[in-house]
Design a binder for this molecule. Structure first.
Ligand code: HEC
Ligand code: HEC
Length: 338
């Protein structure tokens, strides 16, 4: 509380009202989040989010096929966040006529850019023809330099999705890759939870579509192309881009253990474990970004704690309910090899 009060001195009236609202939500709704997120961050409020996902015209009818509209582009990542075996579709739309720019190694998307990530669970992870349940579509919309966050929960009929700010749990069951029936309650994060992960240096940020994570081959209209080149051709990105440190796909076991493990740590942990992140994990002296030289990651000083946290499933702290056995195995093999 003391922390909240000292911050308020600097806030505008509009934000103070919102801050009160946030306090109520952050202690009220999701038990695990209320307890866990000692929160000290102002959520951007420059976008007034619509009630229904339909307003954003992301998909053609019928919505549940998740077919993007013509001005909305699919993008794919080298390295993906694990969320209880959910499938994810990632989309981007830039405002008409606008293009992203590059500053140092970072892609700066223009104001008005929309990023969308839709979560679904296949009934059988090995056979997508068995149907799926779409649970939520998360949005990031950039206004006045800040990424505004919101998520939309899909209805049972899968015909629409509605704005939900306080989080929810959705019962899920599916057959995993080893033919076991699995059950969980998918956690739809509250907006407070969104920005615990989506913050960097006191700004709200996007995480996935960086140069290092977009620099890969993809299939587009029947041919294999480099994704950065494809996005440049569609006028989303400047031409002639490449990443100095393209990440690898950690699922590809033909690649080196080090690269795979570092890529896993980057996308599953580094948004909290870097010096500019949410203050609580930022104090842990870890910097798990892929491009950080090993000596500066803090991995060797924290070997024991890393192994313990990974093995117990205590990390990634929020967002998942199931242990990622393949990820745990990868990280432990790597840490044991050091
Ligand atoms: C546990 C950390 C975590 C939480 C909580 C979280 N995200 Fe993310 N989010 C990520 C990571 C990591 C990525 C990029 C990797 C990926 O997409 O697999 C991402 C990707 C996204 C994307 C695609 C664009 C991008 O930044 O990569 C959107 C949109 C998004 N999140 C919105 C939200 C919203 C809205 C919430 C809250 C309802 C939320 N996220 C909660 C970690 C989180
Ligand atoms: C949503 C933010 C978040 C994510 C994502 C996250 N952590 Fe953490 N991590 C924390 C917080 C918060 C703490 C401090 C916990 C505490 O104080 O009780 C922590 C602590 C740790 C510690 C130190 C524990 C100790 O005993 O000092 C390790 C090691 C760690 N995390 C590893 C990881 C790994 C590996 C991942 C990815 C698989 C990960 N974390 C993902 C938030 C996060």
């Amino acid at each position: 509380m003391v922390m909240y009060m000292s911050k308020m001195v600097h806030l505008t009236a509009k934000r103070i009202i919102y801050f009160m609202f946030l306090l109520v939500f952050s202690v009220g709704c999701n038990d695990y989040e209320g307890d866990a997120l000692d929160f000290d961050f102002v959520i951007p409020r420059d976008e007034v989010f619509a009630e229904s996902i339909k307003e954003y015209q992301l998909f053609t009818e019928p919505l549940d096929e998740l077919t993007p509209q013509t001005d909305v582009y699919l993008y794919e990542l080298n390295s993906e966040l694990f969320t209880d075996y959910a499938g994810k579709q990632r989309l981007i739309r830039l405002p008409e006529g606008a293009k992203a720019s590059i500053q140092e190694d970072r892609i700066i998307y223009p104001n008005g850019t929309l990023l969308a990530k839709t979560f679904y669970f296949d009934a059988d992870l090995s056979d997508s023809s068995q149907g799926r349940k779409i649970v939520e579509t998360r949005l990031l919309i950039k206004r006045e330099g800040q990424w505004n966050v919101a998520t939309y929960q899909w209805n049972e009929e899968q015909s629409d999705a509605h704005l939900i700010l306080e989080g929810a749990e959705v019962p899920i069951s599916f057959i995993d890759h080893s033919q076991n029936q699995r059950q969980t309650k998918h956690q739809i994060p509250s907006e407070v939870a969104c920005v615990t992960c989506h913050q960097y240096g006191e700004q709200s940020v996007y995480i996935g579509p960086t140069l290092k994570n977009l620099d890969r081959n993809v299939e587009r209209t029947g041919t294999t192309v480099n994704q950065l080149e494809y996005m440049a051709d569609q006028d989303l990105l400047p031409a002639d881009l490449s990443s100095s440190t393209p990440m690898v796909n950690y699922k590809d076991d033909s690649l080196s253990l080090t690269q795979r493990a570092r890529s896993y740590l980057d996308i599953n942990c580094a948004h909290c474990h870097n010096p500019q992140a949410w203050s609580r994990p930022a104090q842990k002296d870890l910097n798990l970004h892929y491009e950080v030289p090993f000596v500066n990651t803090g991995i060797s000083d924290n070997l024991k704690a890393l192994k313990r946290n990974i093995q117990s499933g205590e990390m990634p702290f929020i967002g998942t309910t199931l242990k990622h056995s393949e990820g745990i195995e990868l990280l432990l093999s790597y840490l044991n090899s050091l």
